[in-house]
Design a protein around this ligand. Structure first.
Ligand SMILES: Cc1ncc(C[n+]2csc(CCOP(=O)(O)OP(=O)(O)O)c2C)c(N)n1
Length: 195
């Protein structure tokens, strides 16, 4: 599966939810589908999108948070799975696109290319629901089911190590940071997402 196709399949589910992504290829792919004020692309801090998503989910229990992670990023912060599992926020969905590669910095193979099983690690960490997907439709079904279940879920979605032609995003980090903060504040006050 191409990650760009997978993202397109789940984009309708992301539009109205708080979304935190890792940097690089996947951020550019989501941005190209249509930026929203409720999307934050976490630059530089590799591995910490799930930690940020967990904090938001705990601070905003009335809203749903979707984290878009990568295998390299998750492998850099595996403790995040046990921390998420410890608090188990039912409003947090963790989608990991596993392309077995550090694609955004040139395509170096990660440990999932030599057998590390992220779904198994998530289960053993205590994440209450772990799913695996290998097609856009399959992923869409998993996302819909996970959101309906209101149970902390990690989905490992196997994708090809293919990214966008350009990683350019016409949105500086600071602008995204202030937009996102104001959007979350408005959501807290109004109980809804501003488009
Ligand atoms: C702490 C830290 N180390 C290294 C980097 C450089 N870096 C940026 S993206 C990336 C690869 C991310 O890999 P993965 O999460 O698998 O996503 P992919 O690029 O494959 O989509 C790396 C190493 C960084 N931003 N932060």
């Amino acid at each position: 599966m191409l990650r760009a196709d997978a993202l397109q399949a789940i984009y309708p589910e992301l539009k109205e939810r708080i979304v935190v992504t890792i940097m690089g290829a996947v951020a550019a792919e989501l941005y190209m589908l249509g930026h929203r004020l409720n999307f934050f692309y976490l630059e530089h801090a590799m591995g910490l999108a799930s930690s940020m998503g967990l904090g938001i989910a705990l601070a905003m229990p009335g809203h749903e948070v979707v984290v878009i992670d990568g295998d390299g990023s998750l492998l850099m912060n595996l403790g995040t799975l046990s921390t998420m599992a410890r608090y188990k926020p039912g409003n947090l969905l963790h989608v990991v696109f596993d392309n077995e590669s550090l694609l955004s910095v040139g395509g170096f193979p990660t440990a999932t290319s030599t057998g590390t099983d992220l779904a198994g690690i998530a289960r053993a960490s205590g994440v209450p629901c772990v799913m695996e997907a290998s097609t856009p439709d399959g992923l869409k079904g998993c996302v819909t089911e996970a959101l309906a279940s209101k149970t902390l879920t990690t989905i490992i979605a196997k994708v090809e190590a293919i990214g966008p032609k350009s990683f350019h995003m016409d949105l500086p980090l600071l602008e995204n940071r202030f937009q996102f903060k104001r959007c979350l504040e408005a959501m807290q006050q109004q109980g809804q997402v501003r488009g």
